[in-house]
Structure formats: structure tokens, C-alpha cells
Design a protein. Structure first.
Length: 431
């Protein structure tokens, strides 16, 4: 396969990785992208000045800040990991297309705005391109609570004088639908019971944030949530520490696994990663857990295993690009099954450019490990796949250049700097 890429693939900035250097150092993990964006949306529920700490310094937070500002919330960032969001109640429940198209988490303003303002208008959300992710479960749940919807010219409009409690059962534990319905139910009239909800740590973080605000939610962390609606004056602004990012944590573990050496990952929540840590250990990675710290020791060579993605507490689909990259240099053959987003194999072609032996068929990828990858120009197709390309570069002989780094910036807080501090030969180039 040719290593020549279109120059447009590397317009702007790129990340250059030179493999062969074992990692040795300490990596600090910031707050979770998949939590903080939802916490920010929840500030739309009531007046006051919210404080969020452990905020990752990523592009998606900047975009969500712009969206909140457009709606009427004032956002301040006195430091990179701290944010104030001031909601004075003067809101315009319209989410502009030019912002919504850039970030899928924009859909999370739907529940808070509808339950507070009685009306919301937003364009269909954007974000990573890895298959259809419809919002039918969001709509059906809100309709059961009394909302009406109108779709026209790429926009969604929702109306409800006041939502009411309802009995809702999800066919699938959707994270986004869980978050939207819970935030909507907080101010609904009466009791809402939602069965088969998502139980991800980020969902729990949002629920705990809402409870601190004055919401009444029972069953947090279980498959069933019961929300008793409160009056608007019963909610208040709070200060909240964002839960650590388990996907970023796994990225640094994968980097150590493929490059060799030992690192310490600080600020993690190992209790949020039990399943994936067990699978990494099966691959031969030495992992010691102490409070919010992980010590990782890489084996001489990883062992292949079979992996299937499942809703939490199973293996998250966001881990899969990292796992396939690890399997690409492991001893043996591993089969990876994607049960959540069947289209999320676009990055495999990029791994093949580096010499990985990966074959995909439908929901499955068969990975035959090779001793080393070979450096080449590759491209980031989405946030996690882009991070996996950087990890793959650490496992490659020679130089790997990753284009499309704006995708990585959406979800990683200084990936290059954190890896370099742990001994990786990685730099960012371009303008």
C-alpha cells in the first residue's frame, strides 16, 4: 500500500511520532469529555453561578461554551481546568446550526431547555462520523412525558407547557437518551421512572450533579432511575468536580503496553474501568491499583485475546480502537466484535498502512499480531481513532505522521505533552 497521501490530509497541524522509546514517567488524567459537556448543558436548568473543576482543556468544551453563550449563559475560564457558568434566566432556547453541527453533545441541551422554557429549536447534532446514531429514543421518551415535536429543514422543534412524569423503558441503554430524559424529568410534574438506563460513570456523575442542585433521583448506578420532579425554585447552582476521563486513562495504558516500559497514571478512577483493566491484564499488562493511581508495566510482548463491545460495565466502543492497536502487535490472533456502532472500523485502513494485519467483516475485526508496525502517514478519522493512531506510532519503526489532529483536540487535553512527559518521542508540527 502506498505511503503517499493527499496534502490536504496534513493541512494545518500534525502529530509526529517516532517509535522505539519505552515510556517511563507520570501521566495526569484530566476530567472526562463525556461528562463535562453534559454537566455544562445541565446548567441551563436553573439560575445561578455554577463552578466546574477538573474541566479538560479540549475543543469540545470550547464549542459547548460557545453554544451556551449563544443560548444566554455566561461562561468564564479563569484557568484551563476550571469553569464558571452563570445562568441569569434570560435564555433563548435556540441552538444555532453552526455550533450544533460541530458537536454531538449539543443534543444534551434539548432536555434542560424543553423542561425549563417549554420550547426548544435546534438543528440535528453533528460530531464524530462513525455510523448512524439516531435520536428516536430521546424523542419517544420526551413524547411520553408530554412533548410534541416538529421536524423541518434540518431543524427539530419541541414544545411542552410542562412535562409530566411517565413510565419509560429503553430497548437499549442509550447514554444520550438517559441523560436527556433525566434532565427533563427533574422539573417535570410528578414521577418519571426509566428502565434499562445507561449506567456509565459519566451518567452517574450527571445524576450526582443534579442531586446536588436539588433534584430528587433514586436508583443512581442501577438499571432503573426514578425521578420526582421539583419546582423550579427548588434547584440551585452548585460547585462540582468532574469525574476523570476513563478513555484517556486507557489511552495512556495502551501507549505503555505497545511501547514498553512503565508509567504511573494519576487522577484515574480504576473502579470505573474494572472490565477493561481485567482484559488488559489478560493481554499481559501488569497493572497495580492504588486509590486514584495506576502503575503500568508492559510485558515483552502482549498476548492476543477476543473482545466484544457492550454497554457499561462492558467494554466501551471508545476503547476499541486502542484495543485493536494493541492486538496489532500482540502475539497471536484476536477477534474484536463491535455490538454498538457497526460502522466504527474506518481507522482500520490507517492501521493497515502501518503494517497491521487486520481484516473486517460486518461487526467483526480479525487481528493477526505482527512484531512491529512500520511508520507512515496516517489520518485521524475521529477522536478515539486519532488517539489510537498516535499509540500505533509508538509501536512502529521509524516515523509516523498523523493528520486530522483537530479530531484529537476535541477529546484529548494535551495528548502530545502528556506522552512526551512520559518519555515518548512525539511532537506537534505545523501552524
Amino acid at each position: 500500500m502506498s505511503n503517499v497521501r493527499d496534502s490536504a490530509d496534513f493541512a494545518g497541524e500534525a502529530i509526529v511520532v517516532r517509535g522505539g522509546a519505552p515510556l517511563d514517567g507520570v501521566v495526569d488524567v484530566p476530567g472526562a469529555k463525556n461528562s463535562v459537556l453534559k454537566l455544562m448543558a445541565a446548567t441551563l436548568l436553573t439560575d445561578g453561578r455554577f463552578e466546574l473543576t477538573n474541566v479538560p482543556d479540549i475543543a469540545d468544551v470550547a464549542i459547548m461554551s460557545e453554544l451556551l453563550e449563544a443560548i444566554g449563559v455566561r461562561v468564564e475560564r479563569p484557568t484551563g481546568d476550571r469553569m464558571f457558568a452563570t445562568d441569569n434566566g434570560d435564555l433563548t432556547p435556540v441552538a444555532p446550526y453552526e455550533l450544533v453541527e460541530r458537536i454531538r453533545a449539543s443534543i444534551n441541551v434539548l432536555g434542560p431547555l424543553l423542561t425549563r422554557c417549554g420550547h426548544v429549536r435546534l438543528s440535528m447534532p453533528g460530531g464524530d462520523d462513525f455510523g448512524a446514531r439516531p435520536i428516536d429514543m430521546h424523542v419517544a421518551g420526551l413524547e411520553a412525558m408530554g412533548a410534541t415535536f416538529k421536524f423541518s429543514h434540518g431543524y427539530l422543534e419541541a414544545f411542552a407547557d410542562r412535562l409530566h412524569g411517565a413510565e419509560i423503558a429503553f430497548d437499549f441503554p442509550s447514554v444520550g437518551a438517559t441523560e436527556n430524559l433525566v434532565t427533563a424529568a427533574v422539573l417535570a410534574d410528578g414521577r418519571t421512572r426509566i428502565d434499562n438506563v445507561a449506567r456509565e460513570p459519566e451518567v452517574i456523575d450527571l445524576c450526582e450533579f443534579l442531586v446536588a442542585m436539588g433534584a430528587r433521583i433514586d436508583g443512581i448506578g442501577s438499571p432503573t432511575l426514578t425521578i420526582d420532579g421539583v419546582e423550579r425554585h427548588e434547584l440551585h447552582a452548585v460547585s462540582h468536580h468532574t469525574v476523570p476521563d476513563r478513555i484517556q486513562t486507557a489511552t495512556y495504558l495502551a501507549a505503555a503496553a505497545v511501547s514498553g516500559g512503565s508509567i504511573v497514571v494519576r487522577g484515574a478512577r480504576p473502579d470505573h474501568m474494572v472490565t477493561v483493566l481485567d482484559r488488559f491484564r489478560e493481554m499481559g499488562l501488569g497493572i497495580e491499583v492504588a486509590d486514584d493511581e495506576l502503575r503500568v508495566d508492559a510485558p515483552e510482548r502482549l498476548r492476543s485475546i477476543d473482545v466484544a463491545t457492550l454497554p457499561y460495565p462492558g467494554i466501551a466502543t471508545d476503547y476499541k480502537p486502542l484495543i485493536i492497536t494493541m492486538l496489532a502487535v500482540a502475539d497471536g490472533v484476536g477477534i474484536v466484535t463491535e455490538n454498538l456502532y457497526p460502522g466504527r472500523f474506518r481507522y482500520v485502513e490507517e492501521l493497515q498502512r502501518l503494517g497491521a494485519d487486520v481484516r473486517t467483516s460486518g461487526h467483526h475485526a480479525v487481528v493477526r499480531g505482527v512484531p512491529r508496525l512500520s511508520g507512515a502517514p496516517v489520518r485521524a478519522h475521529d477522536i478515539r481513532a486519532g488517539a489510537a493512531m498516535v499509540v500505533a506510532g509508538l509501536a512502529a519503526e521509524g516515523e509516523t505522521t498523523i493528520g486530522g489532529v483537530h479530531h484529537i483536540d476535541r477529546g484529548y487535553d494535551d495528548l502530545v505533552g502528556r506522552l512526551a512527559a512520559a518519555g515518548a518521542a512525539v511532537t506537534r508540527v505545523g501552524s
